[in-house]
Design a protein around this ligand. Structure first.
Ligand SMILES: *[C@@H]1O[C@H](CO)[C@@H](O)[C@H](O)[C@H]1NC(C)=O
Ligand SMILES: *[C@@H]1O[C@H](CO)[C@@H](O)[C@H](O)[C@H]1NC(C)=O
Ligand SMILES: *[C@@H]1O[C@H](CO)[C@@H](O)[C@H](O)[C@H]1NC(C)=O
Ligand SMILES: *[C@@H]1O[C@H](CO)[C@@H](O)[C@H](O)[C@H]1NC(C)=O
Ligand SMILES: *[C@@H]1O[C@H](CO)[C@@H](O)[C@H](O)[C@H]1NC(C)=O
Ligand SMILES: *[C@@H]1O[C@H](CO)[C@@H](O)[C@H](O)[C@H]1NC(C)=O
Ligand SMILES: *[C@@H]1O[C@H](CO)[C@@H](O)[C@H](O)[C@H]1NC(C)=O
Ligand SMILES: *[C@@H]1O[C@H](CO)[C@@H](O)[C@H](O)[C@H]1NC(C)=O
Length: 606
């Protein structure tokens, strides 16, 4: 540390002014190996209506952009806020009785097509405030007495029928109260009934699989059907596909404590996509004809915290899901990602889960995952965004402690930090102020910094969170979905600086061929500028630089004259990194700029 040039700074009224007379000097020892680069930059795409071709004007653009990233280990995260998009079996199998339960203006749809018969009896019908699971439906205090006659007339003797829950049909038995239509029927000949439905799950997943074809990927259907858990009354999920249901995950105890039913759900879901279909709970075959392949399945997200699983319960559930997938697919090649923890310092979880004696025999611990989000005091003040960086430093200390546990208990287990991003305050509050566009640069700089710093710890994958988020979108009738984590512009589907920095890192890194070399800077503690130099096996030399400040920074990188620089900054906007030829060793980096400098070939020194 002797070559460090003291760097002077001035504080004015709380603002940190970087004097252009005192540039930050970066000195690279090109032949001094530091660490081999193992850390693959990646990202996650979280399902929501703006991703779905069924609802989104920009879905094609989104998947084109995803495909162009050429990312490895992209994580597909289907989670609960839109139950119809995330859960393929929203209602429990109900034997010979078939039920429908719909809210105002949505239809109850009933069908005896499977048995080839007709609707032979209406066991229950109530428009009002009836409740209860199939087989246990009960009238509420509000009930339209016309319901049974109207449903009989519409359905009895028919192969299928559709009856809207509507006061215009049944009259209004309790003005001003939310009413639903609940119906239970049977078929003749009889048929067993399940409620598997992939209508809103398939399209996004198909588009994802196509956009990431040929690459490694991590697939996560995190949300378990609520009926797998003990509940006093069945959870009513929205009829409306695009309406959020933040309360979907419920219940703290599995109905089937052996967790066989949990494993079966994931086994059938996986067989649907990989084995052309599955055999359902009653032995009936459901045909999809899909034979997709992917290499990693991740089991739950942030343990779907509402279920309050302990490390012991989660570990059993992880094993049960793997056994279920094997039961229904016979696939023994599939690799698994466990935990996806979001909490901090949950070291007891790592200690329990990574201990092979706590798992069933033949259960692999291929990868673990965990998450980290930084935040800031305000949504809109760019100076506050400078606070993202020290938060990452704290996280790297947590990583260090997790690594100690992993290396002790299961050194062969790999790690993906598959959600690394920023969530600004009030992000999901409708009408929260729009952040200034320089936020995209701050977020981009933060991700590049996180990737660079975490690469020093040898973590396998760092995934940028996340491709698509949005604020309130009145035209599309969408409620906010974490706009500040987005990498794409929700109006146009174009890449923001966050996307283009991911693209730059994915494009530039040559994982397992790049070698980090000793990089010294005059910027004590890298408070203003992060820098790391790499040499590739073929002699290519490059330097990543990240401006952590909402201010210009002057940098001197000796020997870069004649090289080229790719920079993502405010000026590069919604376009890719701007490329320029370097005509001096002095480089000006604007606020939150991320640059990759490719050193001139003539300086080759290895
Ligand atoms: C699946 O859901 C869609 C949309 O609600 C509906 O139109 C379709 O009939 C359902 N399919 C089955 C097999 O129930
Ligand atoms: C569906 O939900 C969205 C979001 O809550 C809402 O804006 C929209 O009006 C709903 N659509 C229907 C048909 O009710
Ligand atoms: C319904 O399922 C039960 C249990 O699997 C089975 O015994 C019965 O034969 C099935 N009935 C029909 C009509 O498929
Ligand atoms: C599945 O493939 C078979 C044979 O090619 C075809 O007859 C059938 O209609 C397909 N089913 C679906 C649901 O696409
Ligand atoms: C798995 O393999 C066994 C033995 O070959 C076979 O009996 C079983 O039907 C297979 N299961 C599936 C879901 O393909
Ligand atoms: C691993 O788990 C087993 C069984 O629970 C326990 O006996 C053992 O002490 C654990 N090992 C470590 C290193 O914690
Ligand atoms: C999205 O793109 C449009 C068109 O370029 C632009 O006007 C708008 O500011 C962008 N919004 C965000 C949040 O990036
Ligand atoms: C990706 O890398 C290639 C060469 O390695 C370069 O020509 C191209 O401009 C890069 N693209 C981006 C978007 O960085």
């Amino acid at each position: 540390m002797m070559n460090i040039i003291q760097y002077t700074s001035l504080f004015f009224a709380g603002y940190f002014i970087l004097s252009s007379a005192d540039p930050i000097t970066i000195e690279v020892s090109w032949s001094a190996k530091d660490y081999p680069l193992h850390t693959t930059p990646s990202l996650q795409i979280v399902t929501n209506p703006l991703v779905s071709r069924q609802f989104s004007p920009v879905s094609k653009k989104i998947f084109d952009n995803l495909a162009q990233l050429n990312a490895e280990y992209t994580r597909f995260a289907a989670w609960f806020p839109y139950p119809k998009m995330a859960v393929a079996e929203l209602d429990p199998p109900s034997g010979l009785a078939q039920c429908g339960n719909a809210g105002e203006s949505y239809p109850v749809q009933l069908s005896c097509r499977k048995s080839g018969g007709t609707i032979s009896s209406i066991d229950f019908a109530s428009y009002g405030t009836a409740t209860g699971a199939c087989g246990q439906m009960k009238q509420g205090t509000c009930h339209a007495t016309t319901t049974m006659d109207i449903v009989k007339q519409a359905c009895l003797g028919q192969q299928e029928c559709s009856v809207p829950a509507s006061y215009q049909i049944f009259g209004d038995p309790c003005f001003g109260t939310h009413k639903r239509l609940l119906v239970q029927i049977q078929c003749n000949p009889p048929q067993n009934n399940t409620y598997w439905n992939f209508t809103y799950v398939d399209p996004m997943f198909q588009d994802f699989l196509q956009a990431t074809d040929g690459h490694s990927r991590i697939v996560m259907f995190s949300t378990q059907p609520t009926w797998l858990f003990k509940l006093d009354t069945p959870h009513i999920y929205p009829d409306n596909v695009t309406e959020t249901d933040w309360g979907y995950p419920q219940g703290t105890q599995f109905v089937d404590d052996t967790m066989q039913a949990l494993g079966d759900y994931y086994g059938r879901l996986t067989a649907w996509y990989t084995r052309g279909g599955f055999i359902d709970e009653y032995g009936d075959r459901h045909v999809s004809n899909y034979s997709y392949k992917w290499d990693y399945t991740e089991i739950f997200n942030e343990i779907e915290a509402e279920h309050q699983m302990t490390p012991e319960v989660y570990t059993r559930a992880y094993d049960a899901v793997i056994q279920g997938i094997r039961r229904h697919t016979n696939n023994t090649e599939m690799k698994y990602v466990g935990m996806a923890l979001s909490g901090h310092y949950e070291f007891n979880w790592y200690r329990y889960f990574l201990n092979h004696s706590n798992h069933a025999p033949d259960i692999p611990l291929d990868m673990i995952s965990y998450h980290f989000y930084a935040s800031s005091k305000t949504r809109t003040d760019p100076l506050d965004y400078e606070a993202f960086f020290p938060q990452l430093d704290t996280f790297t200390d947590e990583i260090r402690q997790i690594e100690v546990i992993r290396k002790e208990l299961s050194p062969e287990t790999r790690t993906t930090i598959d959600e690394l991003g920023i969530i600004l305050p009030d992000d999901n509050t409708p009408g929260a102020p729009q952040f200034p566009l320089v936020f995209w640069n701050a977020g981009a700089a933060y991700y590049a910094y996180a990737w660079g710093k975490i690469s020093r710890q040898g973590i396998d994958v760092v995934g940028h969170s996340q491709l698509v988020g949005y604020p309130n979108l009145p035209d599309l009738q969408l409620e906010p979905q974490f706009p500040s984590v987005a990498m794409l512009n929700w109006t146009t589907g174009e890449g923001t600086a966050k996307y283009w920095v991911s693209k730059l890192l994915i494009n530039t890194t040559d994982i397992d061929n790049d070698q980090a070399v000793i990089t010294r800077t005059s910027d004590v503690g890298e408070k203003n500028l992060f820098s790391q130099a790499f040499v590739t096996k073929n002699g290519r030399r490059w330097v990543l630089m990240v401006n952590k400040r909402f201010a210009d920074i002057n940098v001197v990188l000796s020997g870069c004259t004649g090289g080229t620089m790719q920079v993502v900054n405010e000026a590069s906007g919604f376009g890719p990194a701007t490329v320029s030829k370097l005509t001096s060793d002095q480089i000006l980096l604007s606020a939150f700029a991320v640059a990759v400098v490719h050193m001139p070939d003539s300086e080759l020194m290895i």
